[in-house]
Ligand binder design. Structure first.
Ligand code: IPM
Ligand code: MG
Length: 371
């Protein structure tokens, strides 16, 4: 019997390369751990534009909505930069997020012990770092209207609208508080309530959800600019950070570099519960398509592989197998194996994408042998 369905959308740039390694990991869990998935592959982003003229075909959208989980690589690249806005590769990803209603984007920033020295920050600031940014993903300035470029008084004006309803804020706040309960029970909410009404409402609603339903979790509030400063000054003060779509986009790239490389960060985008009890979900590395190194076998596949670990944990209730995979990654790094993005210091073994995949598979096998 085929297991739960997984749709792989490798996308553009280094997407196909990192997803090929992830696919080998998925196959390992099927053959060695009995976790069979019905895996299908399809196109998104520039690859879909080249094949279908649109960044996400309707049939692909329907397959994603029906899948138990979607694994995405990356979208975008210089080849499609000149396209009109509505047809750019990124619109494919944004359509997936919006139409699957994936409102809670979990972006963990964990500093693996072996990588503390790879960060541009001092090891003593980031060693042992383990935080999660919960980014609202379906609203805010990414989707608010009115938007566009209009002509006013003889010149063009670019317009976007930051917009949040109480319900949109409350549901992502709940996701953050629930996650904090499984961790250190601390949530810091970030907005700009000092300059934006949407921030004032954000703060009010997060506080109200907390007081009514999650009084056991410690809640603090910070302006997002101060939050950025605190993230580089003393990142370990945080446990769960909840923030809006745009601030979350920026703060999660910042948090990525605390861990040594953006090539390390997985993410889970979660929505509502489906009829079969599963949560709608899409898993993707936080990094982009990295056109500068695409097609050269140099990319770090660990963020994509760790995104599959998140799928095991959050979609398939196999936290045990997720930890198995994360431990294998940790041992690979401890052994000094590094893709180019992690090669900050000498004395390491430089490898490419496939060799990094080999190393993870070897550690998974070694982990089985060790029992
Ligand atoms: C991310 C990316 C996307 C975003 C782009 C590719 C549309 O930067 O997932 O962080 O801005 O959300
Ligand atoms: Mg981003």
């Amino acid at each position: 019997m085929p297991g739960p369905s997984l749709l792989i959308l490798a996308g553009d740039g280094i997407g196909p390369e990192v997803m090929a390694e992830t696919r080998r990991v998925i196959d390992w869990f099927a053959s060695r751990r009995g976790l069979a998935f019905a895996v299908a592959e399809d196109l998104v982003g520039g690859a879909a534009i080249d094949a279908h003229g649109v960044p996400l075909a309707d049939a692909t959208m329907a397959a994603a909505a029906a899948a138990d989980a979607v694994l995405l690589g990356a979208v975008g690249g210089p080849k499609w930069d000149a396209l009109p806005f509505a047809r750019k590769p990124e619109r494919g990803l944004l359509r997936l997020r919006k139409e699957m209603d994936l409102f809670a984007n979990l972006r963990p920033a964990v500093c693996f012990a072996a990588l503390a020295e790879a960060s541009t920050l001092k090891p003593e600031v980031i060693a042992g770092l383990d935080i999660v940014i919960v980014r609202e993903l379906t609203s805010g300035v990414y989707f608010g209207t009115p938007r566009g470029i209009v002509t006013e008084g003889g010149e063009r004006v670019g317009i976007n609208t930051q917009r949040y309803s109480e319900g949109e804020i409350a549901r992502v706040a709940r996701a953050a508080f629930a996650l904090a309960r499984q961790r250190s029970r601390r949530v810091c909410s970030m907005e700009k309530a000092n300059v934006m009404e949407s921030g004032v409402l954000w703060r009010e609603v997060v506080q109200a959800v907390h007081d009514a339903e999650f009084a056991d979790v410690a809640l603090s509030h910070m302006y997002a600019d101060a939050g950025a400063m605190q993230l580089v000054r003393a990142p370990r003060q945080f446990d769960v950070i909840v923030t809006d779509n745009l601030f979350g986009d920026i703060l999660s790239d910042l948090a990525a570099m605390l861990t040594g490389s953006i090539g390390m960060l997985p993410s889970a985008s979660l929505g509502a519960r489906m009829a079969n009890g599963r949560t709608k979900a899409l898993y993707e590395p936080v990094h982009g398509s990295a056109p500068d190194i695409a097609g050269r076998g140099l990319a770090n596949p660990l963020a994509a592989i760790l995104s599959f670990a998140m799928a095991l944990r959050y979609s398939f209730d196999r936290g045990d197998e997720a930890s198995r995979l994360e431990r294998a990654v940790e041992r690979v790094l401890a052994a000094g194996i590094r893709t180019g993005d992690l090669l900050a210091l000498g004395g390491r073994t430089p490898v490419g994408t496939a060799a990094m995949g080999d190393a993870v598979l070897a550690e998974l096998e070694a982990g089985l042998a060790a029992g």
